[in-house]
Design a protein around this ligand. Structure first.
Ligand SMILES: [Zn+2]
Ligand SMILES: [Zn+2]
Length: 397
């Protein structure tokens, strides 16, 4: 199939992609509650003649497209489907969210639309490839809680998955730009908590209490040295304490302070070291003052590391797509639990430009003004479909 034929086929699906994206944009659902979203995806896949399976309490969908070319390798195409607890700002948007305080502010509605079109394009061409393409619609990406249970539910098995592709729309790049990077593309992301426990008391009699507030303050400062003093200047990482909770009254010394934060790193070594050192620094500072610390592990995901051969396959596929401008992006300090799939099988996660600054579409992800230029959708479907066909018919490298 020539690039022009694929372009024509994808453009013919553009109105359906816009309809899918807007349907989901109007009805966003938070992580772990994506039942209507999953039902919609499943019904669209059934319309394509596929047999979708609902997983994880009917918040996830998986569907196989078996090639007509006999046995071959299995490829997993991943799309995430959840929305965010954000109130959409623009009251004039015709497709604005109808759910108070919930919004597709990361573009996952577009990811679904692209994956559905990819399913349709691959299904129509299944005679042309051997093996199997598995479409995986994953919930709870925003809380790093969807990929792990999908893998536990067996989506990487029977048959064993040998390649993974996925994409993230990116409003910081204009439509047409396709960012492909071999090696580390996104950081790990781990939530952590430290509960500093002292002894409460009267605000005027601190010597009779053990005030956890100044101790927790020192812990926050101590944690800042983990990156500045313990991480190689040639590597980068982030330790952010974003939440400090203590006390109910101005004149009462509280019993505990809860610190909650996030750690980002670009290697598994740094990730493991920082999580361990957070506990050690917290416990060490607290014990110096006679207080104690309990470390609370939160959900997390590893760095997103793209296999060089798979990245090259996607880069070449994207280069054939009319209107695509392929570039190598810098690594991003955001996290994405697609990294768990990529740790199990070689894969490529790439960036698809979705911004349109002249039309004012440039708000960052997770922002109440976030939007995408829907012109990116057919481009995404072409890169996905071409990459899938190339993997299934020839393989990487
Ligand atoms: Zn997001
Ligand atoms: Zn996202």
């Amino acid at each position: 199939m020539s690039p022009e034929e694929l372009e024509r086929a994808a453009r013919a699906l553009a109105p359906q992609m816009v309809a899918d994206r807007r349907q989901l944009h109007r009805h966003p659902e938070l992580a772990g509650r994506e039942r209507e979203t999953a039902a919609y995806i499943a019904s669209r896949l059934r319309d394509l003649g596929l047999e979708p399976r609902l997983l994880l309490g009917e918040t996830a969908v998986c569907a196989d497209i078996r090639g007509g070319g006999g046995p071959g390798r299995a490829l997993l195409v991943r799309a995430d489907i959840d929305a965010l607890p954000i109130q959409e700002r623009d009251p004039e948007r015709p497709y604005r969210s109808l759910s108070e305080g919930v919004m597709h502010a990361c573009g996952h509605d577009g990811h679904v639309a692209i994956a559905l079109a990819t399913a349709e394009l691959l299904r129509e061409r299944r005679a042309e490839f051997p093996g199997l393409a598995r479409l995986v619609f994953q919930p709870a990406e925003e809380v790093a809680g969807g990929a792990a249970p999908m893998i536990e539910a067996g989506v990487m098995e029977s048959p064993p998955i040998e390649g993974v592709i996925g994409l993230h729309l990116w409003s910081g790049q204009p439509v047409g730009r396709v960012g492909v990077r071999a090696g580390t593309f996104c950081a790990s992301a781990d939530e952590f908590g430290l509960e500093v426990r002292g002894r409460g008391g009267h605000g005027a009699l601190p010597h009779q209490a053990l005030d956890p507030v100044p101790i927790a303050s020192l812990v926050v400062l101590g944690l800042q040295t983990l990156v500045s003093r313990e991480t190689s200047p040639l590597e980068s990482a982030v330790v952010t304490v974003g939440q400090v909770s203590a006390g109910q009254a101005f004149n009462v010394i509280p019993e505990t302070v809860l610190l909650r934060g996030t750690v980002r790193a670009f290697t598994e070594e740094d990730r493991g070291r920082l999580l361990r050192r957070i506990g050690e620094v917290g416990a060490g500072i607290a014990s110096a003052f006679g207080a104690s610390v309990r470390q609370i592990e939160g959900p997390g995901c590893p760095p997103v590391v793209c296999d060089p051969a798979m990245a090259e396959l996607v880069r070449r596929a994207a280069a054939t797509v009319p209107g695509a401008d392929v570039f190598e992006p810098d690594p991003l300090p955001i996290g994405d639990d697609v990294g768990l799939f990529l740790r199990r099988a070689p894969g490529c996660y790439f960036m698809l430009g979705a911004g349109d600054p002249p039309r004012g579409i440039s708000a960052p992800h997770h922002h109440p003004d976030f939007d995408i230029d829907e012109a990116c959708l057919p481009l995404g479907a072409q890169v996905m479909t071409r990459s899938a066909l190339d993997f299934l018919t020839a393989g990487p490298g």
